[in-house]
Design a protein around this ligand. Structure first.
Ligand code: PLP
Length: 368
């Protein structure tokens, strides 16, 4: 009798490598936790807003009860904000949950799921978890090559993940290019448009993807409260799609996938315009702070539309790992991206001005 558990396609999965936690780096390198700077997971450097904390405290009394499985109040707020009915919205335990629900609900083992080279690591993971075939389409200028992706569609393609802006490269697809793609994708192929970093776009680049959901029954938009809204630790995101897809996601989700504190915090932060504006401004200023020095240092970087920058730290395939280790020893955690096929590069989350200054100074030392 075989003692090998589980299907081969699950055993073949390389587990997701998260940004190193501060406590782990402190232990490993004998550093004080308070002196460590973490710019590795594209979190909001301002942390959770006070408005969300207060809403959570108020919701705490109900902690003995299950959360609202249907997220009635939060969906009402999202419905008014995005101009879609409540039954077009799915709440997720982070937007990661939405991505996985899409794979579980829409793809059978052996079918194809497409994504771009250098795109979010969860797309291949969600694909492999359902025994599907991942099709990675070569990037163009570090971003999605939509015409090539369209050509790569086969009768077996069921799902296409597109991140805009993209992680880990920070590239941006103009709305006209996305709409032209949606026009050409066969109606039986679902496109997941993952807009985790949407709120960081300059106002003149913002676009209304929710209008497309009304037009394209095969489109699922994914959004998160983890980035500009500052709620990464609470795990809450949402999907928007027409009722047919939403109904399928609802069938495979855990009944209580989003906890009550997260629901309360999300409602509060949606109203906290001041926090959002402050976060976006801090990010824009930090981007200029970092990239001005990269220009000075003649370091190549990919122009970014998110809250992070991909920067090349050497010419050899050990450069990313080597510079990452040297930064860790100085108490600075960034993200090596060798596992994304970018071994010469590091992804640095934009932090507070003093955190950006610290990473710049450390990089100057390490690269000298
Ligand atoms: C492109 C993209 N999508 C989705 C996520 C998942 O975020 P969360 O599950 O916290 O909403 C991330 C997180 O880094 C991301 O970069």
């Amino acid at each position: 009798m075989s003692n090998v558990f589980g299907p081969e396609y699950v055993r073949a999965i390389a587990p997701y490598q998260a940004g190193k936690p501060i406590s782990e780096v402190a232990r490993e390198f004998g550093l004080e936790e308070a002196a460590i700077i973490k710019l590795a997971s594209n979190e909001n450097p301002l942390g959770m807003p006070a408005s969300a904390k207060k809403a959570m405290m108020d919701a705490m009394d109900d902690g003995g009860r299950y959360p609202d499985s249907n997220g009635f109040e939060l969906k009402a707020v999202l419905s008014a904000r995005y101009g879609v009915p409540e039954n077009w919205i799915t709440l997720g335990n982070g937007s990661n949950d939405i991505l996985e629900l899409a794979a579980h609900a829409l793809v059978r083992p052996g079918e194809e799921v497409m994504y771009a080279q250098y795109s979010f690591a969860v797309y291949p993971l969600a694909t492999q978890a359902v025994g599907a075939q991942g099709i990675s389409v070569p990037a163009r200028d570090f971003g999605h090559d939509l015409p090539a992706m369209q050509k790569a569609i086969t009768p077996d393609t069921r799902l296409i993940f597109i991140a805009n802006p993209n992680n880990p490269t920070g590239t941006f697809l103009p709305p006209a290019a996305i709409e032209a793609f949606l026009e050409k994708v066969p109606k039986n192929v679902v496109v997941v448009l993952d807009e985790a970093y949407n709120e960081y776009l300059d106002p003149d680049l913002q676009y209304e993807s929710t209008d497309w959901v009304k037009k394209y029954p095969n489109l699922l938009i994914s959004r998160t409260f983890s980035k500009v809204y500052g709620l990464a630790g609470l795990r809450i995101g949402f999907g928007i799609a027409q009722p047919e897809i939403t109904g399928l996601l609802n069938r495979v989700r855990q009944p209580f996938n989003v906890n009550s504190l997260a629901q309360a915090a999300a409602m509060a932060v949606l109203k906290d315009k001041a926090f959002l504006e402050k976060s976006a401004k801090l990010n824009a200023d930090g981007y200029h702070q970092l990239t001005a020095v990269f220009d000075e240092m003649k370091l190549e970087y990919v122009p970014s539309y998110g809250n992070f920058v991909l920067v090349r730290v050497g010419d050899d395939d050990e450069a990313g790992a080597r510079v990452n280790l040297a930064l860790l020893k100085k108490g600075i955690i960034v993200r090596p991206v060798g596992s994304y096929g970018l071994p010469k590069w590091l992804r640095i989350t934009i932090g507070l001005p003093e955190e950006n200054a610290a990473v710049i100074s450390a990089l100057k030392d390490v690269l000298a």
